[in-house]
Write a protein that binds this ligand. Structure first.
Ligand code: AMP
Ligand code: MG
Length: 388
């Protein structure tokens, strides 16, 4: 029995995983997932301050006597009395008795008297203490992905080091007698090995790293030994090729003989049907079909969510969006299908050359369209797209 895509996802998501926690400086924490809750140590802002360059005024009037100035970072000892104004700059602490800040562009000064154009309304242009966060408030929960804005937020709370989840250690094995590394001369019948490169960069583009990669010929004992060596050292092992039903597809048996427990084999999907997922102790193995588009599609749909889960993510998988299709499309696939596609100006086009052996269309596109069943789709209909 072949698994559905949802069943495969469920098996991946239901795995018990071990995670370790590490400390990172905030500047080194981009792309990690938080392993602790961050709460605000103080009200933010922690004092009422000016949102504008202008004047802090006391009382509501058309003119004020200017008695001094407060720069950002200053604490003014000056008392502001009714009818008085202080020159003030963005971010500077507001004196307690100020009614409002009047922006510079709405004022005129003559002989140290400030004239205001228009009404002064109470509290205007004052950023109040605690209006962004109050002391003790939850800022981020564990599992939050640390983005540049998250780092800015955490820095503004005075925190410079974080607890994050360690990322899994990943290794890649490519298999196949026919494969030659790019940069070398190939003979007739040979092709260039590309999957380990696309997989390695797919890892990198999502914040993961390939510790090590190797290529192994279609030789049972070499594959078995190679797998054993990498299994020991890795949290996740990705194997490309050799997992189909051909006479020289040795990967599945080699995994079995190395004590890897099969969690699923074959998913009702296109491309990527002969996908294998297994584990030995705390090491997970994906054996990906060798066709270039299959292996990369399987990475995005099935491997990436596991890597994110292992890294403590509170949500996994690529972003999915319903987007109107830019043309009619007759989907005749008997299996749920991931189609190479391109989103441009809010519309998606399914690209030519969809074969699982072809990666050019995937490289020109920026999305996959997911279609669950055969259907005639008309231009303008919404289809589910996955942003890659
Ligand atoms: P396999 O899954 O080993 O039967 O391979 C399926 C197809 O993908 C064959 O045409 C292989 O030549 C091709 N292929 C397998 N591995 C790679 C690779 N690492 N890079 C490029 N093509 C590959
Ligand atoms: Mg092969």
């Amino acid at each position: 029995m072949m698994l559905t895509i949802e069943e495969a996802a469920k098996i991946i998501q239901s795995q018990n995983v071990k995670r370790s926690v590490i400390d990172r400086l905030i500047e080194d924490s981009l792309g990690y997932w938080l392993a602790e809750e961050i709460t605000s140590p103080f009200d933010l802002p922690s004092f009422d301050n000016s949102a504008m360059d202008g004047y802090a005024v006391s009382g509501v009037s058309e003119s004020y006597k200017i008695t001094g100035e407060i720069q950002a970072g200053d604490i003014s000892a000056k008392k502001l009395r009714d009818g008085e104004a202080l020159r003030i700059f963005t971010g500077a602490k507001i004196p307690d008795s100020a009614t409002a800040v009047v922006m510079q562009e709405k004022t005129r000064v003559k002989n140290n008297i400030l004239f205001v154009e228009g009404e002064v309304s109470e509290g205007q242009h004052i950023r109040r203490r605690g209006n962004e966060l109050s002391s003790g408030q939850t800022v981020f929960k564990p599992g939050h992905l640390i983005s540049p804005a998250s780092i800015g937020m955490i820095g503004s709370l005075g925190i410079n080091s974080l607890k994050v989840y360690q990322k899994p250690s990943v290794r890649i094995i490519s298999t196949g007698n026919e494969l030659v590394p790019p940069g070398h001369t190939k003979e007739l019948g040979q092709i260039y090995e590309s999957n380990s490169y696309s997989l390695q960069s797919a890892l990198e583009s999502h914040g993961f790293r390939c510790e090590e990669k190797t290529h192994i010929k279609d030789d049972f004992s070499a594959i078995k030994q190679g797998i054993e060596a990498f299994l020991e050292a890795s949290d996740v092992l990705l194997i490309s090729g050799g997992i189909s039903v051909g006479d020289y597809d040795f990967v599945k048996q080699a995994l079995e003989e190395n004590g890897v427990q099969e969690l699923f084999y074959k998913v009702f999907q296109k491309p990527g049907k002969p996908l294998y997922f297994g584990r030995r102790d705390d090491t997970f193995v994906f054996a990906l079909p060798g066709n270039p588009a299959s292996s990369l599609t399987c990475f995005y749909i099935h491997v990436l969510p596991l890597l994110q889960k292992l890294s403590g993510a509170n949500s996994t998988g690529l972003q999915r969006l319903d987007v109107p299709i830019d043309h009619d499309y007759d989907n005749t696939s008997d299996r749920p299908v991931f189609l190479k596609a391109s989103i441009q100006n809010g519309r998606v086009s399914i690209l030519d050359r969809q074969s699982s052996s072809m990666i050019h269309s995937m490289a020109l596109g920026n999305a996959l369209v997911f279609l669950n069943e055969p259907a005639l789709i008309s231009k303008g209909e919404q289809v589910q797209t996955i942003l890659i």
